[in-house]
Design a binder for this molecule. Structure first.
Ligand code: MAN
Ligand code: CA
Ligand code: CA
Length: 502
C-alpha cells in the first residue's frame, strides 16, 4: 500500500512535469542534485560532501557547511566538482551568519566562475581576478560609510582586483543594503540567471515562512561564461562570525520551447505508457479505498463521536477557567449595579439633607398646598447622618477600586491564557485555581460588607421609630392651645381690671 502510494506520487509528478513541459508556457525547472547539497546527511561519515570539494578552514557536518568559523582570520570554501552543463539556472541558498559581536566580519560569497576558485583566497576566502560572477554578503564596513551589511553582485572578466578596503564600491556592481546577521530564522537567497537576466531575491530570516522573499536586485544583459563552477566561500578578519550554509539547491531552467529539442525530451510513446500506468494506479487506489470503507463503515463516525464525548486535559482546563471567569464577571456586574444604586441613593439623601439644613423645615405638599410643619432636625443627627454618608462614600470608593482590581486580574488571566501554549498550570507564572478562589472569597466579603452598609445606610444611628408621633404632635398642639387659652383669659382679666380703674 505504502509502495503503491510512493510510486503513484512519483508518477503523478512525472506525468504532470512532462505535460507541463510539453504544453505549458512557463519555464521548466529541473532539480540538479549533482550541483546541490542539503541536510540531513549533507556530509557523509568520512566528512566528504557528495559532488563537492571543500577546503581551507571550512568544516562540513551532516547539517551544514561551516564555511568560515568565528575565529580571527579564517578562510574557507566549497566548490562543485563538475562544471555546469545547462545555460540557465536558479540557486537557492539557505544560510546563517551569526556572531556574538554587534558587528561581525567579513562575509560570505556565492560564485559562478569559469574555473574553481581557491580555498583560502583574498576575496571572502576565495580567488581574486575571477572570471564570472561573485555575489558577496559583506558584513563588515571596511570603508566606514555606514552601508554594511550589504549584498552585491560583482562581475569580473579576470582582470580586476577586488577593492576590499572600499567594500568593492569602486567596481561596477548592483546590490542592496540588507542585514543578514543573527536572525531568528535562516536567511535565504534565490539567485536566478535566466536568459541573461540576473535576479536576486532575499529572505531576511525574520519569519519562518519560506516564501517571504523580496527583491534585492535585477540586472539585464549579463553574460556569464558557459560551463562554469558553483562555489561558496567565506572569511573572517580582525572580527569574526560563523558562516554556515545548510542548503545549496540548484535547478536548471528551460524555456517552454527549449525542452522539446533537449535530449531529456520524453517520447510520445513513453508519455502514453506513463499515463496508462497512472490511470491504472488511480483505479487500483479507488478500489482499495472503497474496499476499506466497506470493511470499516463505522470508523469515521466512531472517531467523531469520540471527539464529541471526550475532551483533552487542556480543553477541560480552558472550559473550567472560562466558566469561572464568566461567573466572576456576572458577580462583578451585580456588584457594580449595587454600588451605583448606593451612590444614587447617597446623592438623593445628601440633597435632602442640604435642604433641611438650609431651610430647617420640610415642605411635603404640592405648590399651593398649605405648608406642613414638622419638627426640625437636630444638629447632632445631621452630623451622624453626614458621617454615615461619608462612610458609605469611602466604602463605595474602596469597592470600586476592588472591582477594578478584580477586572484587571481577570484580564491578566485571559491574556496570560492566550499567550500560554496550552492551558496547563504554569509553574513560574500564576495559579488559576487559587487566584479564582481568592477572587471568589473577595467577592463574598464584598457582598457581606455591602449588605452591612445597606443596613447601616437605611437606619444608621437614627431612632428606629418616628421621632415625632401623632399623639405627641396632638398633645403638643393641645398644650399650645391650652397655654394660649390661659394666656388670653389672663389678658382679658387684666384688661377688665384696667377698665374698672379708669
Ligand atoms: C581587520 C582586517 C580587515 C577585516 C576587518 C574585519 O581590519 O583584517 O581586512 O575586514 O578586520 O574583520
Ligand atoms: Ca567589507
Ligand atoms: Ca561599506
Amino acid at each position: 500500500m505504502k509502495m503503491a502510494a510512493e510510486v503513484r506520487w512519483l508518477l503523478i509528478f512525472h506525468v504532470f512535469s512532462v505535460i507541463y513541459a510539453v504544453l505549458g508556457e512557463t519555464t521548466h525547472r529541473k532539480f540538479e542534485y549533482k550541483y546541490s547539497f542539503k541536510p540531513p546527511y549533507l556530509a557523509q561519515k568520512d566528512g566528504s560532501v557528495p559532488f563537492w570539494e571543500y577546503g581551507g578552514n571550512a568544516i562540513a557536518s551532516s547539517e551544514n557547511v561551516r564555511v568560515a568559523p568565528s575565529l580571527r582570520s579564517q578562510k574557507g570554501a566549497i566548490w562543485g566538482k563538475q562544471p555546469i552543463t545547462f545555460d540557465w539556472w536558479e540557486v537557492e541558498l539557505v544560510f546563517r551568519i551569526t556572531g556574538r559581536g554587534r558587528i561581525g566580519a567579513d562575509g560570505l560569497a556565492f560564485w559562478y566562475t569559469s574555473s574553481k576558485g581557491a580555498y583560502n583566497g583574498t576575496v571572502f576566502g576565495s580567488s581574486d581576478n575571477w572570471k564570472g560572477l561573485g555575489i558577496f554578503f559583506d558584513s563588515f564596513d571596511n570603508d566606514n560609510k555606514h552601508n554594511n551589511p550589504y549584498i552585491m553582485a560583482v562581475l569580473n572578466d579576470g582582470t580586476k582586483n577586488f577593492d576590499h578596503a572600499n567594500d568593492g564600491t569602486t567596481q561596477l556592481s548592483v546590490g542592496c543594503l540588507r542585514d543578514f546577521r543573527n536572525k531568528p530564522f535562516a536567511t535565504r537567497a534565490k539567485i536566478e540567471y535566466y536568459q541573461n537576466t540576473l535576479t536576486m531575491l532575499f529572505h531576511n530570516g525574520m519569519t519562518n515562512n519560506e516564501q517571504d522573499y523580496e527583491m534585492c536586485f535585477r540586472a539585464d544583459n549579463i553574460v556569464l561564461p558557459k560551463g562554469g563552477y558553483f562555489g561558496i566561500s567565506a572569511a573572517t578578519g580582525g572580527l569574526a562570525d560563523d558562516h554556515d550554509v545548510s542548503h545549496f539547491l540548484t535547478h536548471s531552467l528551460y524555456s517552454p520551447g527549449q525542452l522539446r529539442s533537449d535530449e531529456q525530451k520524453v517520447s510520445l510513446e513513453e508519455q502514453q505508457k506513463l499515463s496508462q500506468e497512472y490511470m491504472e494506479y488511480q483505479k487500483k487506489l479507488q478500489q482499495q479505498t472503497d474496499e476499506y470503507h466497506r470493511e470499516h463503515p463505522n470508523e469515521h463516525r466512531e472517531k467523531e463521536e469520540f471527539e464529541e464525548v471526550f475532551e483533552s486535559e487542556s480543553q477541560r482546563e480552558f472550559r473550567q477557567i472560562f466558566a469561572a471567569l464568566g461567573q466572576t464577571f456576572n458577580t462583578l456586574r451585580e456588584l457594580d449595579n449595587k454600588v451605583n444604586d448606593i451612590l444614587a441613593k447617597q446623592d438623593r439623601t445628601i440633597n435632602a439633607m442640604n435642604q433641611l439644613v438650609v431651610g430647617g423645615v420640610q415642605t411635603g405638599g404640592q405648590p399651593g398646598q398649605p405648608v406642613q410643619l414638622i419638627d426640625t432636625i437636630r444638629r447632632q443627627e445631621v452630623d451622624t447622618i453626614l458621617g454615615n454618608q461619608n462612610a458609605i462614600l469611602s466604602a463605595a470608593r474602596e469597592i470600586k477600586t476592588y472591582v477594578t482590581d478584580v477586572y484587571s486580574k481577570a484580564d491578566t488571566i485571559i491574556s496570560n491564557q492566550a499567550r500560554a501554549p496550552t492551558a496547563q498550570v504554569q509553574p513560574m507564572g500564576y495559579d488559576y485555581h487559587s487566584l479564582i478562589s481568592e477572587m471568589r472569597d473577595g467577592l463574598n466579603t464584598l457582598k457581606r460588607d455591602i449588605g452591612q452598609m445597606n443596613t447601616k445606610a437605611n437606619c444608621g444611628d437614627c431612632p428606629t421609630t418616628n421621632c415625632l408621633t401623632t399623639t405627641m404632635f396632638l398633645l403638643f398642639v393641645a398644650l399650645q392651645m391650652i397655654i394660649l387659652l390661659v394666656y388670653s383669659m389672663y389678658r382679658d382679666n387684666k384688661e377688665a381690671q384696667a377698665k374698672k380703674l379708669y
